[in-house]
Design a protein around this ligand. Structure first.
Ligand code: BGP
Length: 475
């Protein structure tokens, strides 16, 4: 074991993230302002852990002043959240702004400014208005792309003079993968073509909002936040490596390439045609995607994804699904976070860093989410009532260290943001796994308390140095 210290560059982001729907709660929400998540929760509350969901969440909408003071206490340089599209407008067709909700953002931004916290805003973090799902089939319809651009126009007009970093989506692949590819979430459908249609329309929406942002001449930058799953093959055998490449095409490059390179990988288009996945796109769409690429990407990195070549034949009547090309692989003895069931392997950061340098021309990026969700954290409370989350400190330190090494090596990594600032609501898991630097005590009126990691994060910011103990394994 050896102790190392590494400097944190002065311009390196040390922040934390959240989203509107996972924190705000429904206070003040008007009839007709449900998001897709709200509708899912209303239909299927029983699948949400302890029946808890977005209805109250952390009650951020009422407690943001207290929370911004805590952001400052933890030393955050940046805080990322979303604007809830379903609440920002009173009418999604005419894009009439809900003044009451918009004023709450004015006030939140004032409060952050007064406390020296840089805001980052995302225009969509799964908050598709429920009525647009019912009426048009959500992102399956081009009409919804138009309506999203209208919403973006209003949000930018209101806040882009004061918010310098914008993001079109957070994890644009997630909702349709769970709903239309794997039928794990309401409204439980399996249609690979619909999945790809949503992917495409979100890529198109990204390009159109980038165009809008540039045309507006706003002072800041426009990016998007993706969740490429670092995918490792079981072995170096060609069939396992092919499985990993296929996974990468269908789930990672489907968003990375259009956002950064302005095009779909030709191999992906060819596979979708070969498997007769009937999605629609036009030359005009592709030209828009080519012409309007993002300024930076945020990458959400949690765990490595391991795959192997499929071990069974595909049934001829089974509709096409990317698992045609791969199967998940579980490495025996892997280091796990048992609460979330995710492998822990900080090498994912080095892996993606090299990839951004080598395959994406050293494109600017930062870790937009990384973190550790732990069940029943109250068991780690000390006599003074503070949660001693040393496991979280180690997790952050190990991943941040990789990011700082990448930066030292000349890779364009601009920062590290933790998921999450406070404990908050996850889809289905709700408050089961706690992610925050700040505890939300559900037994005591959602009282906020700093965890040990919050103090540690603060000293990271103050000293601009990370010290950690490494095992002496070859890296
Ligand atoms: C990311 C999402 C976040 C957050 C996080 C934690 O994929 O962007 O919104 O939920 O994952 O994961 P989970 O909520 O599944 O525990």
């Amino acid at each position: 074991m050896s102790k190392v210290t590494i400097d944190i560059p002065a311009d390196f982001i040390l922040g934390a993230a959240a989203s509107a729907w996972q924190t705000e709660g429904w206070h003040g929400k008007k009839a007709g302002q449900d998001s897709y998540l709200d509708a899912w929760y209303q239909h299927d509350r029983h699948v949400w852990h302890n029946g808890y969901g977005p209805a109250v969440a952390t009650d951020f909408i009422n407690r943001y002043r207290e929370d911004v003071a805590l952001m400052k206490a933890c030393g955050l340089t940046h805080y990322r959240t979303s604007i809830n599209w379903s609440r920002f407008l009173l009418d999604y067709e005419t894009a009439e702004v809900d003044e009451e909700y918009a004023r709450y953002y004015d006030n939140l931004l004032d409060e952050m400014e007064a406390n020296g916290i840089e805001p980052m805003l995302c225009l969509e973090h799964y908050e598709l208005p429920a009525t647009l799902l019912e009426k048009y089939g959500g992102w399956g319809a081009k009409k919804v792309v138009d309506l999203f651009v209208r919403y973006a126009e209003k949000a930018l007009a209101r806040y882009a003079h004061r918010v310098k970093r914008w993001f079109v989506f957070n994890e644009p692949i997630v909702v349709q993968t769970r709903v239309y590819l794997d039928a794990l979430r309401w409204p439980y459908q399996q249609c690979t073509a619909t999945w790809m249609q949503w992917n495409h329309h979100k890529n198109l929406a990204t390009a159109r909002v980038v165009a809008l942002f540039r045309a507006g001449g706003w002072p800041g930058s426009i990016g998007t936040i993706l969740n490429p799953e670092v995918t490792w093959p079981r072995s170096g055998a060609p069939h396992d490596r092919y499985a990993a490449e296929m996974y990468d095409l269908f789930y990672n490059r489907v968003f990375l390439d259009p956002a950064i390179k302005g095009e779909y990988p030709p191999a992906l288009l060819q596979l979708l045609a070969q498997h007769q996945v009937a999605w629609e796109y036009s030359d005009e769409d592709l030209a828009l995607i080519a012409a309007h690429r993002v300024d930076e990407v945020g990458l959400n990195l949690y765990y490595p994804h391991r795959v192997k070549a499929p071990s069974r034949a595909w049934h001829t009547e089974t509709p096409f699904h990317p698992t045609y090309y791969y199967e998940p692989f579980e490495l025996p003895g892997r280091r796990m976070n048992p609460s979330r069931g995710w492998e822990i392997q900080p090498r994912i950061v080095a892996d993606i860093a090299c990839r951004m340098r080598d395959e994406y021309d050293n494109f600017p990026w930062f870790i937009a989410e990384n973190g550790m969700g732990i069940e029943n954290e109250a068991r780690f409370r000390n006599a003074q009532g503070e949660i001693q989350d040393d496991y979280r400190i180690d997790f952050i330190a190990e991943h941040l260290y990789e990011a700082l090494l990448a930066r030292q090596a000349g890779i364009n990594c601009r920062g590290y943001m933790l998921w999450a600032f406070t404990d908050n609501v996850s889809p289905m898991n709700a408050f089961k796994n706690r992610y925050g630097l700040i505890e939300i005590d559900l037994e005591n009126q959602r009282q906020r308390r700093m965890k040990k990691s919050a103090h540690w994060f603060r000293q990271l910011r103050d000293s601009r140095q990370l010290t950690l103990t490494l095992d002496d394994q070859p890296r």
